[in-house]
Design a protein around this ligand. Structure first.
Ligand code: MG
Length: 127
């Protein structure tokens, strides 16, 4: 099964790195979309199907926490798995987000193996 993945990060380098990592670890994708902040992510979600969202937290315009709040309030998006990929070291903040319904999180920097494990688990792929 191929997946539609949305990468949300204000760093174009990070978005490119994530895209390459998805390809490198062999996750089958139907599409990989990119957004530079939460606002852009909502625009992508309005225009195409998305099965998994990978999001940064610190971004201009609309940050990751605001995006997650928005998603969880909209019934059409509330069930899309969200993985937070961040340098944020505050475990309290991450705990809050897990309570709010994010699927998982990954601290930067991470290894391709850690990345693969989290993505496959969230997509329900047997690896
Ligand atoms: Mg950022």
């Amino acid at each position: 099964m191929s997946h539609h993945i949305l990468i949300v990060d204000d760093s174009i380098l990070m978005r490119t790195a994530l895209k390459r990592t998805i390809e490198m670890v062999g996750i089958e994708t139907a599409s990989i979309s990119e957004a530079g902040n939460g606002k852009e992510a909502l625009e992508v979600l309005d225009s195409k199907p998305v099965d998994l969202i990978l999001t940064d937290l610190n971004m201009p315009e609309m940050n990751g926490v605001e995006l997650i709040h928005c998603l969880k309030e909209k019934s059409e998006y509330a069930n899309i798995p969200v993985i937070v990929i961040t340098t944020e070291s505050s475990t309290i903040r991450i705990e809050d987000l897990l309570t709010e319904g994010i699927q998982d999180y990954l601290h930067k920097p991470f290894t391709p193996e850690e990345f693969r494990e989290i993505i496959t688990r969230s997509l329900g792929i047997c690896s």
